[in-house]
Design a protein around this ligand. Structure first.
Ligand SMILES: Cc1ncc(COP(=O)(O)O)c(C=O)c1O
Length: 366
């Protein structure tokens, strides 16, 4: 295996991966219609459900796509014609779900907030009361735009009170922040292979309640991103409908094994510890944050951009990139920010080294 330099990705996915996940992609050529490959996919699908404790009640549909493909599958498969989707929009990924739904002529009721504002349950309840033609509510668990953790449990409870099903975008929280699907009772949970699960980009998955299958069989908005066809097709044939990225599937298998070995608590504690260390270090450097502590996901920070006249995000990015650290710009939050995330195969020493490098940049412009 070619030796590659380890890079510290502080962007919120795709994340820094282990050497073993990278190596897992070097496999013999195989036709994905072979039984052996089908068994690999079967195991992956089962374990994806296990990660969020959904066994027995939830199943997974897997698509060759980035995460947005999973959202497209969930939204277009779930929302029936003539019904509306209520979207909680307090970040760019809420906005994206609105655009996605509108592309398919799905009527959207927006609960619009500034990027970084915490959703009010009373406001959501009013919208649910006022719009009895809403069949689904879509919300982002960890809003990667700001680092906000939205109150999914409470939103699920409210939605169900009004007979509304819930689609949760867990792109940047799944396998990082502990999730219990059966506690939430969310109908659809969407994520992808390249964030906290620490695999490679290329697979999106929708974990959904198996008892929704008969309802789903009636939806025909999308050909490729159809949860029913993808799930039932695999059940019948042991094959995915369309050509999967074989090597990325092997990497995901390895990444799931490593997740199960580290354990839910182990991964969450590693991320939280790295985040705490980052918070303290950034505060020592005089930086402050967009969100109050209690609303933070503890795996990503939106940091207020320094006011110094010599500060420039691109220059800071390039300075740090040269040293092996990738940072991320802001994304329309209500104040100017840049972002740092700790998801991925990162450790204390990586954060300490990063803080030294960042101090170097800030000193160079002072
Ligand atoms: C919360 C959230 N939703 C959706 C997406 C879109 O995922 P992708 O770029 O893999 O399509 C992202 C990507 O970062 C995200 O953080």
């Amino acid at each position: 295996m070619k030796k590659v330099e380890r890079k510290i990705l502080l962007n919120p996915g795709p994340a820094t991966t282990t050497v073993s996940v990278k190596n897992a992609m070097v496999v013999e050529d195989i036709c994905p219609r072979e039984e052996k490959f089908g068994a690999l996919i079967e195991g992956i699908k089962n374990d994806l459900v296990k990660v969020i404790h959904g066994e027995g009640e939830y199943v997974a549909a897997l698509f060759a796509a980035s995460g947005t493909g999973g959202l497209e599958a969930a939204i277009t498969s779930a929302v029936p014609k003539g019904k509306k989707l209520l979207v909680v929009e307090n970040g760019a990924y809420g906005t994206r779900m609105i655009k996605l739904a509108q592309t398919f002529d799905i009527d959207v009721v927006k609960y619009q907030l500034e990027y970084g504002d915490y959703p009010s349950l009373d406001a959501i309840e009013s919208l649910l009361k006022e719009n009895d033609d809403v069949s689904h509510l879509a919300v982002v668990h960890h809003e990667t735009t700001t680092g906000m953790l939205n109150p999914i449990q409470e939103i699920c409870y409210l939605s169900h009170k009004y007979g509304v099903e819930v689609i949760v975008d867990c792109m940047s929280s799944y396998a990082g922040i502990p999730i219990n699907a059966k506690k939430w009772q969310a109908e659809y949970i969407v994520s992808s292979s390249n964030n906290c699960i620490q695999g490679m980009a290329g697979l999106a998955f929708v974990i959904f309640k198996v008892d929704l299958l008969s309802k789903l069989s009636e939806q025909k908005r999308s050909f490729y991103f159809n949860i029913y066809n993808q799930y039932v097709g695999f059940e019948k044939t042991g094959q995915l409908q369309f050509t999967p990225p074989v090597q990325v599937c092997h990497a995901l298998r390895q990444a799931i094994d490593e997740y199960l070995e580290e354990g839910e608590e182990g991964r969450w504690n590693r991320y939280k510890d790295n985040w705490e260390l980052l918070v303290e270090g950034l505060q020592d450097l005089g930086l402050s944050f967009l969100l109050p502590y209690g609303q933070q996901s503890k795996i990503l920070l939106a940091i207020m951009e320094p006011k110094h006249p010599n500060y420039n995000f691109d220059a800071m990015h390039d300075y740090l990139y040269e040293k092996g650290f990738t940072i991320y710009p802001g994304k329309g939050a209500k104040s100017a920010t840049f972002r740092l995330s700790v998801l991925g195969d990162l450790y204390r020493k990586d954060i300490e080294d990063f803080l030294v490098a960042l101090k170097g940049y800030l000193t160079s412009i002072a």
